[in-house]
Design a protein around this ligand. Structure first.
Ligand code: ACO
Length: 387
């Protein structure tokens, strides 16, 4: 018997979609993943065009507001974002208390939860929908502005380095790289990194975004929804794959070993991280753009060997299985060549996806229905509790 409901009215078995594969759960105006054409649009704009022409801040504004900003709107948006980058003493004390042995995703998850506990307006919102939306955008902007400061400080403390305070004159991507490494790299490298942030920003009802929408559907608060989404993103079948890709490439170590390594993986029926996608079956629309960005970074960071391992794994995987890379495949070596420690890769994904998650949280709040699917019970039949 399906949970709390009739089967399908005719008494036949319910159509169970394991993993909700193929289930259309709701409508969204935020992004469209179009597997037939391998394309992805944010608010109607192709993601590769946004990556070519826009800053990450413009994309964040677009996701939250539905339109790209005018120059004045962008300037005001950036002023407000830059003004909220600094972490106060209580946040830095919290960071210092978290063990350096924990995964950096545990840090961002805890910090977002803490930000909620500090926000006097965590659970309150103006009664009128327009006012509620403005207040939600402000909360989202605060989290977006603070996350890079925390991620950079966390990476540096694990290296025994002091944190670097955020800049108020630098763009989002350049400021983050400066807080991590003390100086910004060449403009082409900053741009390649910014490209990754734009590509990671939004991807319809993926597992972490859907998690955020489920939490929001109970009328819980934005911080709770983002905290839960971070937990979902941590897993290696989702955001954690970019870390796994780089661990694998380091294990392979040299191009001459790549084909043999892949064969052993497939013979053992193990998943190859950075390949495959639930929605795209003929290639992830974001990969070509990120592959170019990886090339930009590799050219300037002596990354030829990683590119060669990339090329061999991609072509051998295609020949053996027909499965193509997803965005995490080029991003793993790109972040490694940029100088990030591998466990920081998924928190960087969070810094970007916070924009998409919060756009969905706003959309879910504006047109809410509690998300509560059914299940089919297949345990032991009803029985009496022993006397
Ligand atoms: N390596 C080897 N085989 C694979 C891979 C892979 N990466 N991906 C899919 N397959 C095979 C499966 O073994 C399965 O084969 P079978 O039918 O013979 O059993 C078939 O393809 C279908 O795979 P599923 O896992 O059922 O497909 P699903 O749609 O659930 O998988 C997923 C999508 C989870 C992303 C999967 O491709 C995977 O695990 N990939 C590796 C992890 C990864 O890179 N995740 C990042 C996702 S993108 C992102 O978060 C930015």
């Amino acid at each position: 018997q399906a949970d709390g409901a009739a089967l399908d009215g005719r008494g036949s078995a319910p159509d169970i979609r394991k993993g909700l594969a193929g289930v259309v759960a709701d409508t969204t105006e935020i992004s469209a993943v179009i597997p037939e054409t391998n394309s992805l649009t944010y608010r109607g704009y192709a993601v590769q065009d946004l990556a070519a022409r826009c800053s990450f801040e413009e994309v964040a504004y677009l996701l939250w507001n539905g339109e790209l900003p005018t120059p004045l709107q962008l300037q005001q948006f950036c002023v407000r974002e830059r003004a909220q980058r600094r972490a106060d003493r209580s946040l830095l004390t919290l960071l210092a208390k978290l063990p350096e042995t924990c995964h950096p995703m545990d840090v961002v998850r805890t910090v977002v939860s803490y930000l909620g506990s500090e926000d006097p307006d965590e659970d309150s919102a103006p009664a009128d929908p327009a006012g509620a939306l403005v207040a939600a955008r402000e909360k989202a902007l605060r989290i977006m502005a603070l996350l890079p400061t925390i991620v950079a400080a966390d990476m540096r403390r694990r290296r025994g380095q002091d944190p670097i305070a955020p800049h108020t004159q630098l763009g989002f991507a350049e400021n983050f790289l400066t807080m991590c490494f003390g100086a910004a790299p060449e403009p082409e490298v900053v741009r390649a990194f910014e490209t990754s942030l734009i590509l990671y920003a939004e991807h319809s009802f993926n597992a972490s975004t859907f998690t955020a929408r489920v939490v929001t559907s109970t009328m819980s608060d934005m911080y709770s929804a983002v905290t839960a989404a971070i937990g979902a993103l941590k897993g290696p079948l989702h955001g954690g794959a970019n870390e796994a890709v780089m661990h694998d490439m380091i294990e392979i170590d040299e191009p001459g070993r790549a084909a043999e390594w892949l064969r052993a993986k497939l013979d053992a029926h193990e998943k190859v991280m950075g390949f495959g996608h639930r929605v795209y079956k003929d290639g992830d629309s974001r990969v070509p753009t990120m592959r170019v960005a990886l090339g930009e970074i590799a050219d300037r960071r002596d990354g030829g060997a990683w590119l060669e391992i990339y090329r061999i794994l991609e072509s051998e995987m295609q020949a053996a299985t027909g499965i193509k890379p997803n965005l995490d495949f080029p991003t793993g070596p790109a972040y490694h060549l940029l100088g990030f420690d591998i466990p920081m890769f998924t928190p960087i994904f969070v810094m970007s996806r916070i924009t998409g998650w919060t756009a969905h949280i706003m959309e879910q709040s504006q047109s809410n229905a509690l998300i509560r699917p059914l299940s089919e019970y297949n345990g032991v039949p009803q029985r009496a509790v022993p006397a």
